[in-house]
Design a protein around this ligand. Structure first.
Ligand code: ATP
Ligand code: MG
Length: 441
């Protein structure tokens, strides 16, 4: 049967069989962020279009080509294409900059960009992002990079290269823009249409162009490192020595300029070669001018965002471990309507204790129910028929060992279940440790 309405191009469903991968990344993200003292922030899915025009920047691909905007009752709104703008707006609007600085927040959220869908590039994707406001010190840059690095490590990822660069401040960048314009001016016949437009307003964007001709020309373009002012130069060399002290390896890559306008000084990307062309799994940098640009007092700030889809793709490719989905602790097989009534009662008691309990809702035969219980991976099965109800006793079957033990269906049921469940749990730990021991031998 053909479904008459399909999901939009560039979006994805996450079915229950895949959800543990998302839970793993989200859980690790929250855990790492909290160990670095970051607190979660939530903000709307859509904002005034103006927010992104002012922050992400009018000459960026995101604003020029990728935003989903609507005019609703004469106001213009846009689905967030990234998380930084909304976070900073929320931090400012809620007066958080009047509290003790630095402010450190993180988010796990969806983003929307009208892109050409391909592996690792969706129209709705998800980011784990973190932002820090208030510190101008290179120690803050090192801290953010170290947090991203710990996060990727905690996911079990390997072979991810950290690339760092400094793109300077507005004062040194003015000189650099001049040099870039002079360089590209002699190549105007070869540049793509978009880059011709960028030449006047934002020549640094040309370095980010994905067209083969433009990127070939960009190879010999002047480097920002030759134009950094003393302050930006010092900031970058202090960051490098801090990363060295932290034993975080990196490559200085003068071609990293980042796609959004608000960056200043440090920019960085964590790149893998394991998932094809879209290999940047985490990217970020400093944006000292953004708060002021949005109408606040001058406040240095920085952050990063990691693409969750790309992280999961890389984890799959590298055979990283994922959290296991919770399995059913007890499946009750009731035979007949009075047994079903008893099953409902017992399930309620155990669920109150936190156990995952299921029972038949399909009126299936004993054999079919056992098959279903096996399929769900239930740890225990309890068959309830007329005999069991009458005797107030039943057999609790351990599905792993096949062992059956009697259990009373009276007031002591929960206590007896606890005992049998714990015994099986400890037995499992025991076999695990024996296995581990034999593996290390
Ligand atoms: P790219 O160079 O891939 O276009 P970007 O510079 O546009 O990335 P950022 O705005 O810095 O990306 O977003 C941070 C991270 O979010 C990226 O490094 C990537 O992991 C992820 N990301 C960005 N766009 C997409 C997308 N369309 N689909 C999936 N993940 C994405
Ligand atoms: Mg992009």
């Amino acid at each position: 049967m053909a479904l008459s309405v399909q999901r939009p191009l560039g979006t994805a469903d996450v079915t229950p069989s895949e959800i543990h991968k998302w839970h793993t990344v989200e859980h690790v993200a929250q855990d790492i962020a909290e160990t670095f003292g970051f607190k979660e922030i939530r903000f709307p899915t859509f904002e005034s279009t103006d927010l992104f025009m002012r922050s992400v920047g009018e000459t960026t691909d995101v604003v020029q080509k990728e935003m989903y905007s609507v005019i609703a009752k004469e106001s213009k709104f846009t689905l967030r294409p990234e998380g930084t703008a909304g976070t900073i707006r929320a931090v400012m609007q809620n007066g958080m900059l009047n509290d003790a600085l630095p402010q450190k927040v993180f988010y796990i959220t969806s983003c929307f960009r009208h892109e050409k869908p391909q592996a690792g590039r969706l129209r709705e994707f998800h980011q784990f992002g973190a932002e820090m406001l208030g510190s101008a010190s290179p120690a803050a840059d090192a801290e953010m990079i170290s947090m991203a690095n710990s996060f990727l490590k905690a996911l079990g990822l390997k072979n991810i290269e950290l690339n760092i660069n400094s793109i300077g401040c507005p004062s040194c960048r003015a000189q650099y823009h001049k040099a870039l314009k002079a360089y590209f001016a002699s190549k105007t016949s070869e540049l793509c249409g978009t880059c011709l437009g960028r030449l006047e307003k934002n020549p640094m964007r040309i370095l980010d162009c994905k067209s083969p001709v433009c990127s070939e020309i960009a190879k010999d373009a002047p480097l920002i490192s030759d134009y950094l002012c003393e302050e930006c130069h010092d900031h970058f060399s202090q960051l490098r020595s801090m990363l060295d002290d932290m034993n975080i390896s990196y490559k200085v890559n003068p071609k990293i300029v980042r796609g959004l306008d608000y960056y200043t000084k440090t920019v960085f990307e964590f790149i893998t070669t394991d998932i094809g062309a879209q290999g940047t799994v985490c990217a970020g940098g400093r944006y000292d001018g953004l708060v002021e640009q949005l109408g606040g007092a001058s406040t240095p700030a920085l952050g990063f965002a990691a693409g969750i889809e790309r992280l999961i793709m890389t984890m799959e490719k590298q055979n990283c471990m994922f959290m296991e989905l919770r399995k059913c602790d007890l499946y009750i097989v009731p035979m007949g309507s009075s047994a079903l009534g008893k099953a409902v009662g017992l399930a309620g008691l155990l669920r109150d204790e936190g156990y995952m309990v299921e029972y038949d809702l399909m009126n299936r035969s004993l054999k079919a129910q056992m098959k279903y219980a096996n399929k769900t991976g239930a740890s225990f099965v309890l068959v309830l028929g007329d005999n069991e109800l009458e005797a107030q006793k039943a057999k609790l079957k351990n599905m792993q060992s096949g062992e059956e033990n009697e259990i009373s269906l009276d007031d002591s049921f929960v206590e007896q279940f606890n005992t049998q469940f714990m015994a099986c749990y400890f037995e499992r730990i025991d076999t695990d440790s024996i296995l581990e021991e034999s593996l290390t031998k």
